[in-house]
Design a protein around this ligand. Structure first.
Ligand SMILES: [Zn+2]
Ligand SMILES: [Zn+2]
Length: 876
């Protein structure tokens, strides 16, 4: 590693070089070391098709901070990386490519050839996201990288499927599932997003057979009436009692259907008569089961009317709806049409309206699995941060329905169930079954694959070698913290929890750290359609990964959404520059080659060490409580304000060649070097690159900052009294500077200072600082006779007075102040005019109006202060 620092910090020259250095030395690799405690995070596996977006960058930054922190705290810290095969997402991409380049569908290729294509695609693009994660500085143990469809993870999937099946917790059944006609697959409940859509309630008359009477049913999906097999009324409903058991003639179809009674019907809702379509509605499905009604499916897999729809066969569901309504109108069977907003389920991937559909699917029986997973969170074995997310988790788990796990896709884990071509026998087995154990005929495997989340639910233990009892599993499992966004608690977090408990007997992690979403500067989600995406790799290229990481973590609090401001990236880059420049300054004067503290400390040394020590304590506490944003802010304030702006300024005369006192020169170097290198260690998890580069160039112990010890609080560095005294002197210096600035006095103009205080000793010790940093020519400490003609700078501990005449040319200053007052008055007048213009107020957005009002307030305050200063001057 170089010992020189370039003149200006260039992340482009540093980051790749440092990452290679870490990789070459294997610092990311976590060893099984019984003398150390393990600390494990498994990465939420990004889609293998994916490209790094701001959400990943945020998620990975939080994890890398935690893992680097724990590594420096002496844990054997494993961050286990990998990717997810992402069933639908990947299949759709490869199908799209096939369509574009070769005008073919997957059916043209056939299953085997198509899957070969997907694997090729995976080989080509699968490492893309991994390389992007590396750019961010992620210190994952790449030797342990996994893929949800690799051999080990696939083995775990089969093991789990067969175990659950043998326990009766996986079953095949006809159920209403959510079906996406665009993706042509079943979706689990968690994959359906609900949105309010405008629609209608169509009130349709169903004639009673051999009578003039009819009942009126209301529906939002009239096309499903083709599959109606009954109309239900509430048994308590006196209006319809005479009709129970009678027969209706289903309009357009002519089929005869019964009127049945069922408690499920709400008398108060609509007409009190409900059409029952068991194959296309989850509630009707239950009613149908209770009354032994036929399930008539009327839609095909593209949501077109099928052969059960008579003359409407082949029409798209919405086309059919339109034509059927016209036909009903012509028959005089439409009672009325009411506008009606309702919640419509849409596919989370393609936003197509999903169709509830009765279908043969595989399910996981959830109730028995959910119970211990609910307990684990209720009894605190698993903690959510922030804990409000425990409620959404519990709500989800307590209301959970069976999990539909089969998907009509090709890319994924094919379901390990085999059917006999001759006798229909089914065998579920980890190993391929070719011959029917019953009749000896050939068997074929179930065509469907498992929901992608079925394999990611096993991620915390399948990646460590389960079902084998490996040394890794023994040492690193259960893992510690799971970092993820609130949007996938039901999809993923909940399923990992019950899977871990069921298959390993242990909760898979003890803490779930939930973060919010990253939004753009206007608070909108990043999305392709809005075109507001920001590529984290562009940001890294322009400003460095450290700046991006620091921006992402600053101001963040667990569970809350945050906004992306490019200005904050710039501020973070400036912060990196500030540290760089401070280190370069220090290096100019360093003659020592060892980091150790001197025997004798000056007051400013005690102050900075005391402040540093406090920062260590608080930052560790913040990190332990996952308050990463608070820790980042404290580091920023300490480094920028205390270390760079104050301490380095305070000790400059001791560092300079003009200081002939060798002892104070060396002690200044020692304290500066100590605080600087330890502060780099504190900051390392947040800004790993710049800190490592600087640390390598300064005197240090050990080979690399990434494996150095994280600083610890030390009783020996507590200097509260000296610290307080130094603070008081600094407060006075700040106030004098402020007053001088207000009066527009250049720093070069020195003045006599009269200081009145009860703690004279403190200010006597601080004389040199006050003189140098508050532009004092002479300092007199004692009682002030008269304050007339003097300007005061007042703090809680002292009063300092500067004689006016020395500061300024009074006449010139009066004129300057009057000019300033005139300018402020005209600004205020301009804003007033604007705000009293009704046209402007009516049209301008509220934030523009607020900004104008704020401007006016600022002008008014400045005006008041200026007038007061002028008033004082006029008194002279
Ligand atoms: Zn879809
Ligand atoms: Zn058979």
């Amino acid at each position: 590693m170089s010992t020189e620092l370039e003149k200006t910090y260039s992340p482009q020259n540093v980051e790749d070089k440092i990452y290679d250095f870490w990789m070459k030395n294997n610092y990311f690799h976590a060893e099984i070391d019984k003398s150390k405690k393990p600390f494990t995070i498994v990465i939420p596996p990004p889609n293998v098709t994916g490209q790094l977006h701001m959400g990943h960058a945020f998620d990975e930054t939080l994890q890398d901070i935690l893992i680097r922190y724990k590594r420096m705290c002496g844990y054997s810290a494993l961050w286990l990386p990998g990717t997810d095969h992402a069933g639908i997402a990947t299949q759709i991409k490869v199908e799209a490519e096939l369509r574009e380049k070769e005008h073919k569908t997957r059916y043209d290729l056939g299953r085997d050839a198509f899957l070969e294509r997907v694997w090729e695609w995976k080989e080509q693009y699968g490492s893309r996201i991994i390389n992007q994660l590396k750019k961010l500085g992620s210190s994952c143990d790449w030797e342990r990288e996994r893929f949800t469809m690799d051999e080990g993870c696939s083995k775990a999937v089969k093991e789990v499927f067969v175990n659950l099946y043998n326990k009766g917790l996986i079953y095949k059944g006809s159920r209403i599932i959510n079906y996406c006609p665009h993706c042509k697959t079943a979706l689990s409940d968690a994959e359906v997003e609900y949105e309010e859509q405008g629609g209608f309630f169509w009130h349709i008359r169903y004639p009673v057979k051999d009578s003039d009477e009819y009942v009126i049913v209301a529906t939002t999906r009239p096309e499903t009436m083709l599959g109606d097999t009954a109309v239900a009324v509430n048994p308590e409903d006196k209006r319809y009692r005479h009709l129970i058991g009678k027969t209706l003639v289903l309009p357009l179809v002519g089929r005869e259907i019964p009127v049945i009674e069922d408690d499920y019907v709400d008398k108060e809702f609509g007409t009190g008569c409900v059409k029952i379509t068991p194959a296309h509605d989850p509630n009707d499905f239950e009613v149908g089961k209770r009354h032994n009604l036929e399930e008539i499916i009327v839609l095909d897999n593209e949501a077109k009317i099928n052969e059960n729809g008579g003359k409407y066969k082949g029409l798209d569901r919405y086309e059919a709806r339109k034509i059927m309504i016209e036909d009903l109108k012509a028959l005089g069977l439409i009672e009325k049409i009411e506008p009606h907003d309702h919640n419509v389920g849409t596919c989370y991937r393609c936003k197509t309206t999903v169709e509830p559909l009765a279908s043969e699917q595989w399910f996981v029986k959830m109730k028995p699995l959910a119970q211990p997973a609910i307990e684990a969170v209720k009894n605190g074995s698993i903690k959510f941060v922030p804990d409000r997310y425990a409620n959404s988790y519990l709500h989800w788990m307590e209301n959970i329905r069976d999990w539909c796990i089969s998907r009509q896709l090709w890319w994924g884990h094919q379901i390990p169930a085999y059917y006999c071509d001759a006798c229909g026998e089914m065998v579920v087995s980890k190993d391929e079954v070719k011959v029917c154990p019953k009749c000896g005929a050939s068997m074929h495997q179930d065509e469907d694959v498992l929901d992608t989340w079925f394999s990611s639910a096993l991620w915390p233990f399948s990646t460590l070698g389960w079902p084998e009892n490996t040394a890794d599993l023994e040492y690193f499992y259960p893992t510690n913290v799971l970092v993820t966004g609130y949007d996938i608690i039901p999809f993923w977090v909940a399923r990992m929890i019950f899977s871990g408990i069921e298959h390993t007997g242990k909760e898979p992690f003890d803490t779930v750290l939930i973060h919010g979403l990253i939004r753009d500067s206007q608070g909108r989600k990043f999305s392709k359609s809005l075109g507001n995406g920001i590529d984290p790799l562009d940001i890294i290229k322009d400003y460095g990964a450290d700046a991006l990481r620091f921006m992402l973590v600053t101001g963040n609090s667990p569970g809350n959404d945050m906004r992306f401001y490019i200005e904050e990236v710039l501020a973070a880059r400036n912060f990196a520059n500030k540290i760089w420049n401070a280190a370069r300054f220090a290096k100019t004067y360093l003659t020592i080659d060892k980091v150790e503290l001197p025997e004798k400390l000056e007051i400013e040394d005690k102050w900075i060490l005391n402040e540093y020590n406090k920062a260590v304590k608080e930052i560790r506490e913040n990190l332990d409580k996952f308050e990463l944003g608070v820790a980042a802010q404290k580091l920023y304030d300490f480094i920028w304000d205390k270390l760079c702006d104050w301490y380095i300024e305070l000790i400059k005369p001791r560092l300079f060649e003009t200081n002939t006192d060798k002892a104070t020169n060396i002690s200044a170097q020692q304290v500066l070097c100590y605080v600087l290198t330890n502060t780099l260690a504190l900051l390392h998890p947040f800004m790993p690159y710049v800190t490592e580069e600087i640390w390598q160039s300064l005197p240090h112990d050990g080979d690399a900052l990434i494996i150095a010890n994280y600083p610890e609080f030390s009783e020996e560095l507590v200097f509260d009294k000296a610290g307080k005294e130094m603070e008081n002197v600094m407060a006075l210096i700040k106030e004098i500077r402020r007053v001088r600035k207000e009066m527009d006095v250049p720093a070069s103009k020195k003045t006599t200072l009269l200081i009145e205080t009860e703690n004279e000793e403190t200010y006597k010790d601080g004389t040199a600082f006050i003189q140098r940093l508050a532009s004092a020519s002479e300092i007199v400490i004692g009682k002030i006779d008269t304050t007339e003609g003097k300007v005061g700078a007042i703090t809680a501990d002292a009063k300092a007075y500067m004689p006016m005449g020395e500061l300024i040319d009074i006449e010139k200053e009066k004129a300057r102040l009057q000019k300033e007052i005139d300018r402020l008055n005209s600004e205020i007048e301009r804003v007033n005019k604007k705000l009293s213009n009704e046209g402007f107020v009516a049209k301008a957005p509220q934030n523009v109006i607020d900004a104008e009002k704020q401007k006016r307030e600022g002008y008014q305050k400045t005006l008041e202060n200026t007038e007061k200063v002028l008033e004082d001057l006029l008194k002279l």
